[in-house]
Design a protein around this ligand. Structure first.
Ligand SMILES: Cc1ncc(COP(=O)(O)O)c(C=O)c1O
Length: 421
């Protein structure tokens, strides 16, 4: 049946035989091995692994990344396999695939599979911690003002319910440096502090926090730590065996470029006796904490397997190379934007205080209108921040972006700053 016949059948409301849809994305050429010093040609071949049209410049990794062709293929193939034969016998391999993803996650974060819970996203992971840790009246949780609602509003609401208190550690702008935060947390700790929940790299203006140092400070005082890694998982070459948090959360659909509704919660072995599961149901994971913590009922196992595929692609390219590339593109954007009169950059240009989340105020331009113009006229996707507190545009480039994207974007901002929107 051709497309016209198919449309005609739909229009007359007739029965439509199920046809296997053609895969509408082109198969990418095989990715070459990553050279020791990857050039633009190599990164263009990485870009080719994604199905986004060539003229679309996506600078919004902090919000949602595209899945690569290999991830889409796996998702489709596994879903089709399951729906062709949904018997329990056929689905044994899906359970094995989910455990394989747990292993890949553990390798990726340099911890053990026994410490990995596969969740739906960072929001769920953060909330599993704020609901699961036993806290009561008289206990205190330290937060930072720039935490995402899933790690800020959630704690505030649970404080109301369970009777503990929350205290915000202020987030000055520009980023005052790692020492400032170590001292600020050190001063804010009281004998009642039981947990510190902070964001590794903030989604607001891209401030990088000294995760290892804050976790050590807390550990030395018997305080638990939750590191929200939504903006570092899949961007930085994160090593949890070095950072040593009690809990770390992340989403597949952001920097790892995995499928939607998949995420991770790392629960350090030493913290597993200090957290309750929030959901008890069938089909938990097979090892370690996932046996008691991941009984979430029926899951979308094809998506979990595709999550593993996303991690494999990043590992194949090289995580240190991905971090380097995203940082390099961010620095190029900062250098370009700095030269435009009226642009105020909120993100620290100092690489040790930032990574690949960059936000700036484009003079007096209306940021909503500017972002619409960027998308509709220039095919550039970004995010906006309204209000009075560090308002502006947020760019978050990733390994699928190119220097041509950066040049096009800087030229577009320059044009709108000169002519208005
Ligand atoms: C720092 C941070 N934490 C948590 C989240 C929530 O992520 P998700 O919507 O994948 O749960 C976000 C989303 O942007 C974020 O930036």
């Amino acid at each position: 049946m051709n497309r016209r016949e198919f449309a005609r059948l739909l229009a007359i409301g007739g029965a439509v035989p199920f046809v296997t849809p053609e895969l509408s994305w082109a198969r990418a050429a095989k990715l070459p091995p990553t050279p020791a010093s990857p050039d633009e040609k190599f990164w263009l071949s990485v870009r080719d692994q994604f199905v986004m049209p060539k003229d679309l410049t996506m600078l919004n990794a902090a919000n949602l990344c595209p899945s690569s062709g290999p991830v889409l293929d796996t998702l489709y193939k596994m879903t089709r396999d399951m729906d062709q034969d949904p018997s329990m016998d056929n689905r044994v391999k899906l359970g094995e695939g989910r455990e394989n993803t747990r292993k890949l996650l553990a390798e990726f974060l340099r911890v053990t599979p026994e410490e990995i819970v596969i969740t739906r996203n960072t929001s769920e992971s953060n909330n599993l911690v704020s609901t699961g840790v036993d806290l009561k009246a008289g206990d205190e949780v330290l937060l930072t003002a720039d935490n995402h609602p899933s790690n800020h509003t959630a704690w505030q609401q649970k404080a109301k319910r369970f009777g503990f208190t929350v205290t915000d550690v202020p987030v000055p702008n520009p980023h005052p440096g790692f020492d400032h935060y170590v001292e600020a947390f050190s001063k804010a700790i009281t004998p009642n502090t039981k947990l510190i929940a902070f964001t590794h790299l903030t989604s607001t203006v891209g401030d990088l926090f000294p995760a290892k140092e804050i976790c050590k400070l807390a550990r030395d005082r018997g305080i638990l730590t939750l590191v929200d890694g939504a903006q570092t998982f899949g961007l930085l070459d994160v090593d949890l065996s070095d950072i040593q948090p009690d809990f770390y959360s992340g989403s597949a659909h952001k920097w790892p470029c995995g499928p939607k509704e998949n995420g991770v919660l790392y629960i350090n072995k030493s913290a597993q006796s200090k957290i309750w599961a929030s959901i008890y149901s069938a089909y938990p994971g097979s090892v370690g904490v996932s046996r008691s913590f991941e009984g979430f009922g029926q899951r979308d196992e094809p998506a979990m397997i595709a999550f593993g595929e996303a991690l494999k692609l990043q590992t194949q390219i090289g995580r240190a190379q991905i971090e380097r590339r995203s940082r390099e593109l961010t620095q190029a954007l900062i250098q370009g934007l700095k030269k435009i009169d009226g642009v105020k950059i909120w993100t620290s240009p100092e690489p040790s205080r930032a990574a690949a989340v960059l936000s700036f105020q484009p003079g007096g331009l209306d940021v909503r209108k500017l972002s619409t113009a960027l998308y509709q006229k220039d095919r550039i996707g970004c995010a906006t921040r309204g209000g009075q507190d560090r308002p502006g545009i947020r760019f978050s480039p990733h390994f699928y972006n190119t220097h041509a994207d950066v040049e096009k974007t800087v030229a577009a901002i320059k044009k709108y700053m000169a002519t208005g929107v």
